[in-house]
Design a protein around this ligand. Structure first.
Ligand code: TXD
Length: 310
């Protein structure tokens, strides 16, 4: 009999709570909600337990402020850290979230040494780099969530533009999770048909600009925090592909060791996620402008990582 998987959510804030809710609905595994705030994880876990009967869900949900409760987790999803407020860039979060990440990585290293770690906290590319360094986990077991979200935003805007279901749009947004992220127009299709059959270059330029600013657009509207439904949904897509060995092809921040001509860098690229974590990094043909944009984005990530306090 297969034992239920254990999923540790490090950070029980907006995204953490939504992750727990999605895991409960899909019965992906038992949930441990961890946070440093006294009461937050416990309160959300209690509320979720009240929901299980009406969600028709048989998982268990626990809230804790003690890392020992994540012992043996199969997946750790890290959302611990500050979120942006209006006027802030993701890069503004570096110093605070870097010190948080060090504490989180130590807890995961001690109690969940065999877990797959999915990093969500911003600035994403720096945080996933730091997490892998501080945990010492193999690079195929530490992945950053950004590309699935950015690609979902691209797909959503294109679906609205064309008047089709977002589920028939395939698209990748690669590179760093910042204003220089790279929508890959040359590989974007609607039911397998190239996007250029449906949308003019001018409208695609406008939509891709909106994708790059989509996070900030939500922050500007919410005023008190950043997006959480779509990031949570994106992270669950990754966790499910690992836990169920789905081998989905997803845009994620993965460690490059020569792929795309880059070394020793976490960057958003298409990967296969299965039972071994990052099972493959897929190298796709890019146009010259896409290649150049990816280089610019990679350079920005390198600069941010270099600026990390040692
Ligand atoms: O695509 C992406 N990767 C981004 C990521 C999309 C949207 C949001 N992005 C980032 O995720 C955002 O900029 C933040 O850095 C994280 C989490 O966003 P969320 O909206 O969930 O932030 P909250 O609601 O403030 O929750 C953060 C929680 C909060 O409950 C804190 O008490 C907790 O993190 N926290 C900690 N937990 C554990 N350990 C430590 N040290 C800690 N410090 C704070």
């Amino acid at each position: 009999m297969q034992k239920r998987k254990k999923i540790a959510l490090i950070g029980a804030g907006n995204i953490g709570g939504t992750l727990a809710f999605l895991i409960a609905i899909r019965e992906l595994g038992d949930v441990v909600l961890f946070d440093v705030m006294e009461g937050t994880p416990q309160g959300k876990a209690l509320d979720l337990n009240h929901a299980l009967p009406v969600l028709n869900s048989s998982i268990s949900v626990v809230g804790t402020n003690d890392y020992k409760d994540i012992a043996g987790a199969d997946v750790c999803i890290i959302t611990a850290g500050l979120a942006r407020k209006p006027g802030m860039s993701r890069d503004d979060l570096i110093s605070t979230n870097a010190s948080i990440m060090k504490a989180v990585a130590a807890g995961i290293r001690q109690y969940a040494p065999n877990s797959l770690v999915i990093v969500v906290s911003n600035p994403l590319d720096v945080m996933v780099t730091l997490c892998q360094k501080e945990t010492g986990f193999p690079t195929n077991k530490v992945i950053g969530m950004a590309g699935v979200l950015d690609s979902a935003r691209y797909r959503a805007f294109l679906a609205q533009e064309i008047g089709v279901s977002p589920t028939v749009i395939n698209a990748f947004v690669l590179g760093g999770h910042g204003d220089d992220m790279v929508p890959i127009r040359s590989h974007t299709t609607v039911g397998g048909i190239p996007i250029t059959n449906f949308v003019t270059p001018e409208r695609l330029d406008a939509i891709e600009k909106r994708v790059r600013g989509a996070g900030g657009e939500v922050v500007g509207l919410l005023k008190t925090g950043s997006a959480f439904y779509s990031p949570a949904g994106a992270a669950i897509e990754m966790a499910a592909s690992y836990l169920l060995d789905q081998k989905k092809v997803l845009a994620c921040a993965a460690f490059l060791n020569g792929e795309y001509g880059m070394h020793d860098l976490y960057l958003g690229v298409p990967i296969v996620i299965g039972k071994d974590g990052v099972e493959k990094i897929i190298q796709i043909n890019l146009t010259d402008s896409e290649k150049a944009a990816l280089q610019v984005s990679a350079e920005h990530v390198r600069e941010l990582v270099a600026a990390l306090p040692q």
